[in-house]
Unconditional design. Structure first.
Length: 105
């Protein structure tokens, strides 16, 4: 579960309205598959970790994605826009949340 403050922050970052669905990935299974094989939609995806991490994210079998890495306070520490398929993403600073959104065409 994520706080209403974090939800508001995510909506501000992605410039989405309150009607845009936010999908939270907190289970290992959800995080493992993420957005692989999904068709572009207008949902915002948030990966939630129990503690600060520095995992490598990939875009294998994904369309172009925008990434925001946030610390435990919800502050943006790194962004990468329009990441191409079959790329690897790594944030050099530990983070608690990752927001993914299908990049605009």
């Amino acid at each position: 579960m994520i706080s209403s403050q974090l939800l508001a922050r995510v909506r501000t970052l992605t410039k989405t309205s309150s009607s845009t669905p936010i999908v939270v990935f907190s289970s290992v299974f959800d995080k493992l598959f993420g957005l692989m094989f999904r068709k572009p939609d207008h949902c915002v995806y948030v990966f939630v970790f129990d503690h600060d991490v520095q995992h490598v994210f990939h875009t294998f079998f994904c369309k172009n994605l925008d990434f925001w890495f946030l610390d435990h306070h919800g502050r943006v520490i790194f962004t990468q826009k329009n990441v191409k398929p079959f790329s690897l993403m790594r944030c050099s600073t530990p983070y608690r949340y990752v927001v993914e959104y299908f990049a605009e065409s």
